[in-house]
Design a protein around this ligand. Structure first.
Ligand code: AMP
Ligand code: FE
Ligand code: FE
Ligand code: ZN
Length: 283
């Protein structure tokens, strides 16, 4: 079985519609696709419909923007009830923050000699409810300011970069609680990628597991090198956490994240499904 549990569609900052993503996954012979758009469940219905009549199973998920002591942490939730009031309220707050930071980013870009209008951003966002920095990057590409998303991030949009603006995100402890209360399974995405190891120390991961009932971590992720995977895998085993592996595919929007380039073992997937089912969550 080939199981890729962390992917993005154009409902957030991926470049394929949910239908295109599902078709691509089915064509490539994946057995299970987890759709985990940033801070929204809106693509799940379309993905489920697109998978009807194929051999592909869509596992409903999301990737929630959280923070720990001000540093960004991404929390995956699988099998959540997409109508849970508290979770929906929090996701709305996060998305309002995504849009609300735009004027500050545009002011910074204008000062850097790269003026963009809100309309030019809106063109890239399309119908996505979740405005992301990659959309700003796409607008910069369209204007000829940079060659691609990567250059936009490397030079201007990275965390703390010259065109970066902070935004609201959910406290990680509360995020785990919200996902569990919505009958989902919380898993930390790429915990030790891009400098996050400084915040998500073994002691913190242990606390999140023991006191908040975190259930898994992504071990095999393109942002983790071999040594990181080895150390994180050993810690996850010690803490009794599920080990996931996923591509974090964003369509054409990210290099090194080809669909299915990292996968999750079928026993781990089956355990995830068992947990969701036993809580009455949504599969
Ligand atoms: P945001 O959540 O809108 O603040 O933007 C973060 C998103 O930007 C992540 O989910 C990635 O999809 C994307 N991203 C972050 N760093 C890079 C990068 N170096 N190249 C391309 N995309 C990136
Ligand atoms: Fe993203
Ligand atoms: Fe992420
Ligand atoms: Zn992601």
């Amino acid at each position: 079985m080939r199981i890729d549990l962390h992917t993005h569609s154009s409902v957030s900052d991926g470049t394929d519609t949910p239908t295109q993503l599902v078709r691509k996954a089915a064509e490539q012979g994946l057995d299970v696709l987890g759709l985990t758009d940033h801070d929204t469940f809106d693509g799940l219905r379309e993905a489920k419909l697109a998978a009807e009549g194929t051999d592909l199973t869509v596992l409903p998920g999301l990737e929630m923007s959280c923070q720990l002591d001000g540093a960004s942490v991404h929390l995956l939730g699988y099998g959540c009830d997409p109508h849970d009031e508290s979770l929906l309220n929090e996701l709305t707050r996060v998305r309002v923050g995504r849009t609300g930071r735009l004027p500050e980013m545009l002011a910074k870009l204008a000062e850097l000699g790269m003026p963009l209008t809100e309309a030019e951003i809106a063109e890239q966002v399309g119908s996505s409810p979740s405005l992301g920095r990659p959309h700003v990057a796409d607008a910069m590409v369209a204007k000829g300011y940079v060659a691609d998303r990567q250059q936009a991030f490397d030079e201007y949009l990275f965390d703390g970069g010259p065109a970066y603006a902070n935004r609201y995100s959910c406290d990680i402890r509360r995020g785990i609680e919200l996902i569990r209360r919505a009958k989902g399974v919380p898993v930390i995405a790429h915990p030790w990628g891009r400098g996050r190891a400084q915040q998500l120390t073994p002691a913190v991961l242990s606390e999140l597991t023991m006191e908040y009932r975190l259930e898994g971590v992504e071990v095999n992720h393109p942002d983790h090198d071999a040594d990181t995977r080895q150390r994180l895998g050993a810690l996850a085993t010690r803490l009794g956490l599920l080990h996931l592996g996923s591509s974090d595919h964003h369509g054409l929007g990210k290099v090194n994240n080809d669909l299915g380039c990292e996968t999750t073992a079928s026993e781990v997937y089956e355990e995830l499904v068992r947990r969701v089912r036993s809580r009455g969550g949504r599969l």
